[in-house]
Design a protein around this ligand. Structure first.
Ligand SMILES: Nc1ncnc2c1ncn2[C@@H]1O[C@H](COP(=O)(O)OP(=O)(O)OP(=O)(O)O)[C@@H](O)[C@H]1O
Ligand SMILES: O=C(O)c1ccc[n+]([C@@H]2O[C@H](COP(=O)([O-])O)[C@@H](O)[C@H]2O)c1
Length: 192
């Protein structure tokens, strides 16, 4: 089985993530896409980060009706911050018969050369990149690397940062979150 892994903070999960994951699951040779909820990105501050169980719960709510997508909390039981190479290695040992690929928005490819053991990731895994506006400059050698494929998918200028800002300012996030996620956010008064 070919499994695409979309790593993220999902703080919160929004329609940008869902469209990206669903696009990859249905328009590439992948059989399924798993969303990997990271407790702590090594590059991001933790002050605006919601508890990992809330973020995991929202991902579960968001993908409940989509059989092409799955979610894993594997990084909750691993050392923090979450280094992707360690998780990939762990998953590959656990699921010997699966072929894993990495999925990322273009913004993450721009900083990829700073990731732990990024050459090792490139040696062993395909990387599928989804275009994203406002991405930093991507090293040409990375974009043209034989293991990197930039997928021609529509640009969606949506970020969790923007959604958190709207929620904090009491502005509408209608259509940016799925209904079950929006209900959870409002019921628990998250990001206020
Ligand atoms: N609108 C989008 N288009 C393409 N890729 C996206 C989009 N939103 C998120 N991604 C990708 O999904 C993955 C997880 O993203 P993440 O959870 O950091 O969301 P985010 O919206 O970028 O969050 P934040 O605004 O808090 O930084 C990353 O690879 C990111 O590049
Ligand atoms: O492994 C690394 O060095 C590394 C550096 C930066 C980010 N990552 C991972 O990339 C994923 C995307 O992060 P985020 O917060 O932008 O969603 C998340 O799972 C991070 O743990 C991983």
């Amino acid at each position: 089985m070919r499994v695409g892994l979309l790593f993220g903070s999902f703080n919160p999960i929004h329609i940008g993530h869902l469209i990206l994951a669903n696009y990859m699951a249905t328009n590439t040779t992948l059989d399924t896409v798993w969303l990997v909820v990271s407790p702590q990105n090594p590059f991001k501050p933790s002050n605006s980060l919601l508890h990992e169980f809330d973020r995991l719960h929202m991902v579960r709510l968001a993908i409940a009706d989509n059989a092409d997508l799955g979610v894993t909390d594997i990084e909750f039981r691993m050392p923090k911050p979450s280094y992707t190479i360690d998780t990939l290695t762990y998953l590959q040992e656990k699921y010997l018969k699966y072929q894993f690929s990495l999925i990322m928005g273009e913004d993450n490819l721009a900083t990829f050369h700073k990731w732990k053991n990024y050459e090792q990731i490139l040696d062993h895994y395909e990387i599928l990149v989804y275009p994203r506006s406002g991405s930093g400059k991507i090293t040409e050698s990375l974009k043209e690397h034989p293991k990197v494929t930039v997928v021609p998918a529509p640009l969606l200028d949506i970020s969790a940062t923007f959604i958190r800002k709207c929620l904090k300012e009491g502005k509408s996030t209608r259509y940016l979150l799925t209904e079950p996620v929006a209900e959870y956010v409002h019921a628990k008064k998250l990001y206020q």
